[in-house]
Design a binder for this molecule. Structure first.
Ligand SMILES: NC(=O)c1ccc[n+]([C@@H]2O[C@H](COP(=O)([O-])OP(=O)(O)OC[C@H]3O[C@@H](n4cnc5c(N)ncnc54)[C@H](OP(=O)(O)O)[C@@H]3O)[C@@H](O)[C@H]2O)c1
Length: 264
């Protein structure tokens, strides 16, 4: 499927991966609905993309607030009639041990990363089912496959996203509506600007550009697969973890624990 004249809604479109995904979809002629909290950032992007002669709408919305998502989706469906692709990308992490993080820190990550995806899915899925077509792309992380010290609650939100997506994909079999998860390793975005990452090295030499992940999102929107791991070679690490957990988990756990301890 090409994306010309398709309607694509992207959450977390004001920055990083979501912003790059918007640029890539615009290049293909898709109409866009950009969703995030920072209106001015989305307006700048809209201005930049308007040269592509596509229809663009920005929606200021906190996806962790179900009433805001309901209002946003009602407005979008009134104006566009339907959407073809939903990219649930909004998300963030707070770095720190479970002992250091407050219950509110843990709830906030789940509220945006997991429930934000649920609210958007619940509000747009009925119209996709009605038209017997559509694709939901959920941006998780390799943290959906590895429980790591320092980001345990972030990992939980991404494990939840992957599990939900797998179940939903089975439920939607034969309906014409697809679900695919995109799980990247570290990406060079503002994600690590959260103050909790202050003492952490910002990026590893292997970290990805947001454009690489954006391209995987476009591939996912046409894919019958459940999960696309970026880069694909990391699928080997996920396989090794599940196949030899007693070998792999202690190695990964102690490396990340060392980093967490060095932050103190
Ligand atoms: N960077 C990485 O290393 C990495 C690796 C794997 C997966 N990911 C995942 O990729 C996704 C995008 O992250 P990124 O790296 O592009 O980080 P980013 O540059 O910080 O972008 C995060 C986006 O999410 C939006 N957002 C956050 N909370 C929101 C809320 N409550 N309501 C609406 N929008 C919200 C932000 O917009 P506003 O602040 O304007 O609302 C922003 O547009 C996240 O789900 C993240 O977990 C990132």
């Amino acid at each position: 499927m090409g994306f010309k004249n398709k309607t694509v809604l992207i959450t977390g479109a004001s920055s990083g991966i979501g912003r790059e995904a918007a640029i890539e979809f615009a290049k293909q002629g898709a109409n866009l609905i950009l969703v995030a909290r920072r209106k001015e950032k989305m307006e700048k992007l809209k201005e930049q993309l308007e040269k592509s002669h596509i229809k663009i709408r920005t929606c200021q919305c906190d996806v962790s607030d179900k009433s805001q998502v309901r209002k946003m989706s009602e407005d979008v469906l009134k104006e566009f009639g339907h959407i073809d692709i939903l990219v649930n990308n909004a998300g963030f992490a707070i770095y720190g041990s479970v002992s250091e993080l407050t219950i509110e820190d843990i709830e906030a990550q789940m509220a945006t990363n997991y429930f934000g995806m649920i609210y958007c899915t619940k509000n747009f899925l009925p119209s996709m089912l009605e038209q017997n077509s559509g694709h939901i792309v959920n941006v998780a992380s390799v943290a959906a496959s590895f429980g790591l010290p320092g980001i345990a609650s972030y990992c939980a939100s991404k494990f939840a996203m992957l599990g939900f997506s797998e179940g939903l994909k089975h439920e939607l079999s034969g309906t014409g509506v697809g679900v695919t998860v995109v799980s990247p390793i570290m990406v060079r975005t503002d994600f690590f600007d959260h103050p909790s990452f202050e003492k952490m090295p910002k990026y590893s030499p292997t970290s990805l550009s947001p454009k690489t992940v954006a391209k995987a999102i476009l591939k996912a929107a046409n894919s019958p697969r459940l999960e696309i791991i970026v880069p694909s070679v990391v699928r080997g690490a996920v396989w090794a973890k599940h196949t030899f957990p007693y070998l792999i988990n202690p190695i990964l756990g102690s490396a990340f624990k060392k980093q967490l301890d060095s932050k103190k």
